[in-house]
Write a protein of this length. Structure first.
Ligand SMILES: C[S@@+](CC[C@H](N)C(=O)[O-])C[C@H]1O[C@@H](n2cnc3c(N)ncnc32)[C@H](O)[C@@H]1O
Length: 220
């Protein structure tokens, strides 16, 4: 049965059957979780290793699942600047990052990602200094993160966007009933997808796994 949003219309995103798209075969396991899926974490890990990424960024940490996957994949002298508006969730996952012996790679920064990325851009030494970035925070700002990250990630580097299908809503007719949040995020992601597909500065690979993952390689 479809979940409902606050205004009693189907929450299309929450009602997607992820059991046939991801490694975890029970929809119940996904209820209430904001973290990436295990297959997505594997993909991030493999991308980092294949590209030899060392200096990385993450926008949207939550309890640190994708952060841990990234930190484990990085070489011992690798770094990840991890940004989230809310430190409390990160603190829940931090003991596991420490237990895994990778805490020395993590530089957590609390606050709005737009501001933190601007702060990084203020130092020219950071321009093109990052090999890899993973974006999994507030969807309406993805297009702004994209412009910032294209200056921070080096030519040949990788930017990965999560949730780029938003439960399949991006392909639904505009009049389809859905919650206000789904509509707002769906419109934002649809706009992002159009811009990415037209962006000559990047090469794009859209994957229909998890909730949709878009991998961008910076060309110029
Ligand atoms: C989907 S969760 C991230 C999940 C995480 N990547 C994982 O795999 O476990 C989204 C996170 O983005 C954070 N967030 C939302 N808006 C933000 C913003 N403007 N700047 C930074 N973080 C933000 C939220 O606090 C939340 O922890």
């Amino acid at each position: 049965m479809a979940a409902t949003g606050g205004n009693n219309v189907p929450n299309v995103h929450s009602s997607i059957d992820s059991s046939n798209k991801t490694l975890l075969k029970s929809e119940a396991l996904y209820q209430g979780f904001m973290q990436s899926s295990p297959d997505e974490a594997q993909l991030l890990r493999m991308l980092i290793k294949l590209t030899g990424a060392k200096n990385t960024l993450e926008v949207g940490v939550y309890t640190g699942y994708s952060l841990l996957a990234t930190a484990l994949a990085l070489p011992d002298d690798g770094k990840i600047i991890a940004i989230d508006v809310d430190r409390s969730c990160y603190e829940v996952g931090r003991p596991y990052i420490e237990k895994a012996g990778v805490a020395h790679k993590v530089d957590f920064r609390e606050g709005p990602a737009l501001q933190h990325l601007d702060d990084l851009l203020a130092d020219e030494a950071n321009h093109g200094a990052f090999d890899f970035a993973f974006v999994d925070a507030d969807k309406p700002n993805y297009v702004k993160y994209h412009e910032q990250l294209l200056r921070l990630v080096r030519v040949g580097g990788t930017i990965v966007y999560d949730n780029t299908l938003w439960g399949g809503t991006v392909a639904l007719p505009p009049e389809t009933p859905m919650s206000k949040l789904d509509r707002r995020f769906s419109v934002a992601i649809r706009d992002l997808n159009r811009r990415l597909s037209e962006d000559k500065r990047i090469e794009v690979c859209q994957l229909a796994i998890a909730d949709g993952i878009t991998i961008c390689r910076r060309l110029v």
